[in-house]
Write a protein that binds this ligand. Structure first.
Ligand code: DC
Length: 222
C-alpha cells in the first residue's frame, strides 16, 4: 500500500481517524455475518457486508453478459457500474442504480463468480473506495476477507474467524436451503474449499490473518 493510500485508510477508520471501524474477516460460513451484524447492533455502529459488494459486481457484470473473469471488458465495466452503498439506520444496503440487490446475490453461481472477479485489482480498487467512503459517514462494523489487513489496517478492533470445514459447509447448505436451493453437502464443501483457495492465494489482498487480530473458532457456536 502506498503512503497516501495508507493515510486515506487511517483517516477512514483508525484510532484518531474520523470514525471507528471494527473489522471482521474470515472464510465463508465462519459466522462473519451473524457476528458483525449483532456487534453493530449492540454498539450502535453501522454494518457493512463487503462480500455483498463483490457479489453485486458479479450480478451486474453477468447481466452485461460478462461471465468470464478474464474478459477484457471487466476493467471498463467495473469502473462505470452505478454501484452504491446507501446508509440506512443500522446497515448499508447495496444498490445498482435505483435497484437494491438482495436475494440474487446469494446463489452458488454468484458465489463462484464474485470470488473469481475478486482476484482482479480493478475490482478490488472499486470496492475499497466504496467502503472507505462509507466510513466517513460513521462508525462501522465491516465483514470481509481483507478488511483488517488492507481496507482498514488501523481498525480499532480486528477479528479473524475460523471454523471447521464440515461445520461451515453445513451452515452454507442451510443458508441455501432457506433460499430454496438444495445442494448436496459434498458439492457445497467443494465450492467452499475452492473459494477458500482462490481467496487466500490471490496476489492482491488475499485472505489472511491481520496482525493483532483476535482469533476465534466458531465451530462449536450456534
Ligand atoms: O463474504 P462472501 O462469501 O459474501 O464474499 C463473496 C466473495 O467476495 C468471496 O469469495 C471473495 C470476495 N470478497 C473479497 O475478496 N474480499 C472481501 N473483503 C469480501 C469478499
Amino acid at each position: 500500500m502506498s503512503g497516501s493510500e495508507r493515510e486515506e485508510a487511517r483517516r477512514a477508520g483508525g484510532p484518531g481517524g474520523a470514525r471507528d471501524v471494527i473489522a471482521i474477516d474470515g472464510g465463508a460460513g465462519t459466522g462473519k455475518t451473524t457476528s458483525a451484524a449483532r456487534t453493530a447492533e449492540r454498539l450502535g455502529f453501522t454494518y457493512i457486508d463487503s462480500g455483498a459488494v463483490y457479489r453485486a459486481i458479479a450480478v451486474a457484470l453477468r447481466a452485461e453478459g460478462i461471465l468470464d473473469p478474464d474478459d477484457a471488458r471487466v476493467e471498463g465495466a467495473v469502473r462505470s457500474l452505478p454501484i452504491e452503498l446507501r446508509p440506512e439506520p443500522g446497515r448499508f444496503r447495496v444498490f445498482l442504480g435505483a435497484r437494491e440487490l438482495t436475494g440474487e446475490l446469494r446463489t452458488p453461481e454468484i458465489s463462484r463468480l464474485s470470488s473469481q472477479l475478486a482476484v482482479r485489482p480493478e475490482v478490488r480498487v472499486r470496492v475499497r473506495a466504496l467502503l472507505r467512503e462509507a466510513a466517513v459517514r460513521g462508525s462501522l462494523v465491516v465483514e470481509g476477507r481483507d478488511i483488517g489487513t488492507v481496507v482498514f489496517p488501523d481498525a480499532v478492533l480486528k477479528v479473524h474467524l475460523h471454523a471447521a470445514l464440515p461445520v461451515r459447509a453445513e451452515r452454507r447448505q442451510a443458508d441455501l436451503r432457506r433460499q430454496g436451493i438444495d445442494m448436496p453437502a459434498g458439492e457445497v464443501s467443494r465450492d467452499l474449499e475452492e473459494r477458500d483457495r482462490r481467496d487466500s492465494t490471490r496476489a492482491d489482498s488475499p485472505l489472511r490473518q491481520a496482525e493483532g487480530a483476535l482469533v476465534l473458532d466458531t465451530s462449536r457456536c450456534s
